[in-house]
Design a protein around this ligand. Structure first.
Ligand SMILES: Cc1cc2nc3c(=O)[nH]c(=O)nc-3n(C[C@H](O)[C@H](O)[C@H](O)COP(=O)(O)O)c2cc1C
Length: 315
């Protein structure tokens, strides 16, 4: 059973942080389908320290989704410490530190994947966050800057020494971004080197592949990112969606959660994107996706989902 610090999880399959997606409604949905825990979208330490409303809104949580991890990003150890203190007011179960994001607006400020190139700074950030948090602190990282500078094993040792309770490894380099081969051998090497739990991540498309990654690398759990979008069934042991109808039932559940927590009427673009993901790659779904994108309001989208919820077209 996956255990991080004193927390035990019902499943080793975890929802990876995805900016723009792993918000409260989607996290609840994935927990209902069986995710061991979910990681929030990345949250700026500066946004927290300045108590910006849009940042504070990202910290909304409910009992049903717990345990939950909120992910922080930043490059200044003192600000990360201050942000952790503020984050603690919202009672997270865990705090994850983003040390793997390759997006320019994050790395140009020295945060995310840029921290892989500065181990002393990364260590100082982890120690300060650990000191200010009264919950387990995890770190999510990559293999290194590029193929010539692979340092994930050294990085993981540093993270463990600085007090991290677990490490998640997206098995690509910073230079690779989100495409190209994933190197699971290095996840195995990290697992052999540290004694904290190791979560593997990168291109896992289903539960079978997740289990294969665990047995190939010895890692303690797997983070699923893109494959979970429109597909919370990836976390379910018992159920999978085999028809457009079943997909629509999942989409309806997701939309109900969005309506419960967000002003859905004002978020049509976001909702269309989320809903269409349920039918991606599904034979015979192109016209449905087109209709969803063409919908003028929320009730039109709901009608399309309801109409197709009874369809049993296999894919
Ligand atoms: C749209 C998108 C948003 C992401 N946002 C974050 C983020 O906020 N924090 C983070 O650590 N990683 C983020 N990632 C990286 C994912 O957590 C994950 O490491 C990566 O997508 C590889 O896993 P996958 O192949 O299962 O998607 C993001 C990836 C995508 C595609």
């Amino acid at each position: 059973m996956l255990q991080i610090g004193s927390l035990q999880f019902s499943s080793p399959f975890i929802l990876a942080p995805l900016a723009g997606y792993t918000d409260l409604p989607f996290r609840i949905l994935c927990r209902r389908f069986g995710a061991g825990y979910c990681v929030s979208e990345m949250i700026s330490c500066h946004g927290l320290v300045y108590r910006q409303q849009n940042t504070l809104d990202m910290l909304r949580s409910v009992e049903e989704e717990r345990p939950v991890a909120f992910q922080l990003f930043g490059a200044d150890p003192d600000i990360m410490e201050e942000a952790t203190r503020i984050l603690m007011e919202f009672s997270p179960d865990m705090i994850d530190i983003n040390m793997g994001c390759p997006v320019k607006k994050v790395t140009k400020k020295g945060a995310g994947a840029a921290l892989m190139a500065d181990l002393p700074l990364a260590s100082s950030i982890i120690s300060k966050v650990v000191n200010a948090a009264r919950v387990p602190v995890t770190v999510k990282t990559r293999l290194g800057k590029n193929q010539q500078n692979i340092n994930v094993v050294e990085f993981a040792q540093m993270a463990e020494q600085a007090g991290a309770a677990a490490i998640a490894v997206h098995a690509r380099t910073w230079a690779q971004g989100f495409t190209g081969p994933v190197n699971q051998h290095l996840v195995a090497k990290v697992k052999k080197t540290v004694s904290i739990p190791v979560l593997g991540n990168g291109d896992i498309r289903n539960r079978t592949e997740a289990k294969e990654m665990m047995s190939a690398t010895g890692c303690d759990g797997v983070m699923n990112g893109r494959a979970a979008l429109g597909n919370p069934w990836i976390f379910s042991e018992k159920y999978c969606a085999e028809t457009i109808g079943q997909k629509s039932s999942g989409a309806i559940l997701h939309l109900q959660l969005i309506e419960q927590f967000f002003p859905a009427d004002r978020l049509l673009g976001y909702i269309k994107n989320q809903m269409c993901r349920y039918y991606r790659g599904l034979h015979g779904s192109a016209s449905l996706r087109r209709e969803i994108f063409a919908a003028n309001d929320l009730s039109a989208i709901k009608k399309l989902l309801a109409k197709t919820a009874s369809a049993t077209t296999p894919f």
